[in-house]
Design a protein around this ligand. Structure first.
Ligand SMILES: *Cc1c(COP(=O)(O)O)cnc(C)c1O
Length: 385
């Protein structure tokens, strides 16, 4: 199997640029003793800060995206805290579970998964639950392909002194996020989504207000690996690391950031144009998009055609055409597919080839489609090919 020809169009982990894989393979520094490592870490963190739109320090943690989510909840939420958890998808619900696990009171506000949370939803929820000190929300709900407008919601929370924790794992690098402008207190990202580095790293930034909440805990959080205070007592205040850092993973992420920043912020506009062309192509071919509005630019979620069996088709697509797309999670499993077009895959030629493979695979299942040509026509109409 010729690995570079494989198209990994799942909504993260994604395909990766060979330069990113190379950076990882060629990294053999000892992060504990190499005098250049702290500067390298700091530089990578600054690139991430730029991509996230924050001037707050960024931490890179050695663990997949979930680590940042859990560490921020574990460190910020104290027993008895009332936390508003906005849940219009599986990840939103997952954050509420973390809150409960760490002794917080999760006030879960649910909304139809096909629709975004809007400012008025949050206003209403706060009217009913005035004693809230924190709120969690997911920017891009990857299982549904929907983007919540955090730029409308977080300022409203900040005005009331409520700290916002935003899971932006699947949006950072692909959809605009201006953390400081939007007054987001905690922004969470992962290496394997729209930055297209290998899985294995979380990154996050905390506002001074969020750090303050951690410092003022009545009872210190007793854990070690999940304790963000540890990072304040070491790296942030003294420039030392609490444990050995995964230098090769960070080298890969650093290269991935450099690639994104080569073409920044145009990279965001590209994601948006390509995503719009994918959606047009899906609609022209009779597919139904899952979200009703607020589509993410990093992936497209659409309903699986009636006569087609999810796993059978995706296995065929992979085995015969070397293209992977994603199924969905929870109740959407078996009825929704997701085509990731983020980071490395946000490139017209690669998307064309993935759609072309889909056309051929659909033809094998007696469902004629012309996704690739609709996509190309739409792009050339926009003057982008
Ligand atoms: C990918 C992702 C995560 C991390 O979860 P994994 O499935 O373990 O990669 C967290 N939140 C969101 C919104 C994600 O898309």
């Amino acid at each position: 199997m010729d690995y570079p020809e494989d198209l990994i169009f799942t909504p993260g982990p994604t395909g990766t640029d060979s330069r990113v894989r190379q950076a990882m393979a060629e990294c053999q520094i000892n992060p504990d003793s190499d005098p250049s490592f702290p500067g390298f870490y700091r530089e990578t963190a600054s690139s991430l800060a730029r991509i996230m739109g924050t001037s707050n320090p960024v931490l890179i943690l050695a663990g997949e995206g979930m680590l940042g989510l859990e560490a921020s909840i574990a460190s910020l939420v104290e027993p008895g805290d009332n936390v508003l958890c906005l849940a219009n998808g599986p990840f939103g619900k997952g954050l509420a579970d973390f809150v409960q696990n760490y002794g917080g009171k999760a006030i879960v506000v649910e909304k139809d998964w096909q629709q975004p949370f809007l400012a008025e939803d949050v206003e209403n929820a706060l009217q009913e639950n005035p004693r809230v000190s924190l709120a969690t929300i997911v920017h891009c709900e990857t299982p549904t392909g929907l983007l919540n407008p955090i730029e409308e919601i977080c300022p409203l929370l900040a005005n009331r002194g409520i700290l916002s924790i935003v899971d932006a794992v699947a949006s950072i690098g692909g959809d605009p996020i201006a953390a400081d402008l939007s007054q987001v207190d905690v922004v969470l990202g992962g290496s394997q989504k729209a930055l297209s580095a290998p899985p294995g790293l979380s990154f996050l930034s905390l506002s001074p207000r969020a750090w303050n909440k951690i410092e003022k805990r009545k009872e210190p959080f007793r854990g070690f690996y999940l304790n963000l205070k540890l990072w304040q007592d070491t790296w942030l205040n003294h420039g030392t690391f609490p444990y050995t850092q995964p230098a090769p993973d960070i080298a890969a992420l650093s290269r991935a950031c450099a690639i994104a920043l080569e073409n920044w912020p145009q990279a965001l506009e590209n994601h948006s144009i390509l995503a719009a062309a994918v959606r047009t192509s899906l609609l022209e071919n009779g597919f139904q998009l899952y979200p009703l509005s607020h589509f993410a630019s990093t992936l497209s979620a659409f309903l699986i055609p009636e006569k087609i069996k999810d796993i059978t088709f995706r296995n065929h697509l992979w085995e015969k055409y070397r293209v992977q797309i994603g199924g969905s999670l929870g109740p959407l499993e078996g009825s929704v597919w997701r085509l990731g077009h983020m980071g490395f895959n946000a490139e017209p030629g690669r998307i064309f080839r993935a759609l072309n493979a889909l056309d051929r695979a659909f033809a094998d299942f007696n469902l004629p489609t012309s996704l690739a040509s609709s996509f190309a026509a739409e792009l050339s109409q926009k003057g982008k090919t």
